[in-house]
Write a protein that binds this ligand. Structure first.
Ligand code: TRP
Length: 460
């Protein structure tokens, strides 16, 4: 473990993992998925998924990483031998694919930050059609996404403590402050309570099997699970840290930001008389409208800061995504960190190009023959979701059949004297050996069917 680097403090790891978790997933994806999937019903299922399925997986990943002290591939190989390393590679591939489209969406947010702060975006009338034109204006977007990738690469090239920790310490508190400010504002608007009701009072007849799939995939994505990101971060964690407690804090930080983002968005949606189920453009349309209604000066300041904070949140996530393949090449292939980071970032940027062109510019790229993933962006995003959930399932099988639940318990007991014999231990053991692999396995298959063929295909 000589030159791999460690987080400089306990808080450093928690902040970095929370920074990885909190990102576009919370502020962009969570509200629009909740909006298309029934609001409160979605929130309810989401919380259950976080608690019952995601939490044990998170604990398992961090424990594997700290015990093995290596990247995703190296950790599985070291603890499992044989072909288990491929599970790490599967996760690394998922990370590369996620970053390829994530970076494009981050480019949109970066563009909105610049347009609102310096331009005249808020003078427009119809923000829906503005967004449609914007994501097809390839020149600036190419530049913004490239800029985002370069900033990510510069930070990751610096190595663990300096780059990643420093970025997180500024961003997290700022994000909470601006979210809470916007929630207070949105709650004072007329009809805000209709939004609150939509978001907080579940209508159980509205919950479908699809709600469960989307909520589960979103929870995995939002908590950065299932692809070895937390194995990699876990490998930089020192032995005096309490993994279970850290996982509780990370999950709560992530879930609270998603929750607050919803609480900000839906009162705005209802007070503007807008449609909650408008998909990926939701926050770009609703928030710009809200900033416009604050007047030209205040709107520009508040809107600019809000999109800037989204960019920071996205940046701490892209950093964690790039760190996974980077750690692999540094640890396994003994390549120099800087060269690896620039090489991998370049590749990922190129992989993202079809996504950039998939919002209407190239007709073929938004008419793919898949049931729920007709455009290239949703196609890759759905593929990644499936990789995460199935990756989480296989990780549980790995612990259960190869590394052993006993070794997991030993690792979790380090830095956590009360762990052995506790209720939490009982639940984690049950979840890792039975509940998670079974439920995640079944749901992965159903999600594949749903996204690419449509569930009707299976059930008639
Ligand atoms: N969790 C981040 C978000 O919500 C995205 C992310 C970062 C991620 N690292 C990950 C998702 C690893 C899956 C796996 O925006």
């Amino acid at each position: 473990m000589s030159n791999r680097g460690n987080f400089s403090s306990k808080l450093g790891f928690i902040l970095a993992a929370a920074g990885s978790a909190v990102g576009l997933g919370n502020i962009w994806r969570f509200p629009y998925l909740a909006g298309t999937n029934g609001g409160a019903g979605f929130l309810f299922i989401y919380l259950i998924c976080v608690l019952m399925l995601c939490f044990p997986v998170m604990v398992g990943e961090i424990a594997i990483g700290r015990n093995a002290g290596s990247d995703a591939f190296g950790s599985y190989k070291k603890l499992g031998g044989g072909n288990w390393g491929y599970l790490g590679l599967y996760g690394i591939l998922a990370g590369v694919l996620i970053l390829s489209y994530y970076n494009v969406v981050a480019g949109w947010a970066f563009g909105y930050f610049l347009e609102i702060s310096f331009g005249n975006l808020l003078d427009h009338q119809d923000f829906g059609s503005f967004f449609g034109d914007y994501v097809n204006d390839i020149g600036p977007l190419f530049f913004f996404s490239l800029g985002f990738m370069v900033i990510t690469a510069v930070i990751v090239a610096q190595g663990i403590a300096k780059g990643i920790e420093a970025a997180n310490k500024i961003m997290m508190p700022g994000l909470y402050i601006i979210l809470i400010g916007l929630i207070i504002y949105s709650l004072t608007l007329p009809h805000a309570m209709d939004g609150v009701r939509f978001y907080l009072v579940p209508d159980f007849s509205e919950i479908h099997s699809k709600t469960i799939f989307y909520a589960l995939c979103q929870a995995f994505f939002s908590l950065s699970l299932g692809m070895g990101c937390l194995i990699t971060y876990g490998s930089y964690v020192t032995k005096d840290q309490n993994i279970v407690k850290s996982a509780v804090i990370i999950s709560m930080a992530d879930t609270s930001v998603a929750f607050l983002a919803g609480l900000m968005v839906f009162p705005l949606v209802f007070s503007l008389g807008a449609e909650p189920g408008q998909g990926p453009k939701l926050i770009f349309v609703i928030l710009t409208q809200a900033f416009q209604s604050m007047g030209p000066f205040v709107g520009r300041i508040v809107g600019g800061s809000f999109f800037l904070l989204i960019c920071f949140a996205a940046l701490t996530s892209t950093i964690s995504l790039l760190e996974v393949p980077a750690a692999y090449f540094v640890d396994q292939k003994k390549l120099p960190r800087k060269a690896v980071v620039w090489g991998v970032s370049g590749l990922i940027f190129v992989l993202g190009i079809p996504t950039m062109y998939s919002q209407g510019l190239v007709p073929f790229l938004n008419k793919l023959p898949f049931h729920n993933s007709p455009d290239f962006l949703s196609f890759v995003a759905d593929l990644c979701d499936i990789m995460l959930v199935s990756g989480g399932c296989i990780m549980c099988l790995f612990i259960r059949s190869k590394w052993r639940v006993g070794s997991l318990n030993n690792e979790l007991a380090i830095g956590n004297p009360g762990y052995v014999g506790s209720f939490v231990q009982g639940y984690i053991n049950f979840a890792i050996s039975w509940f998670c692999p079974v439920v995640l396995g079944i749901l992965s298959i159903l999600v594949i069917v749903d996204k690419y063929y449509g569930l009707e295909w299976l059930f008639g």
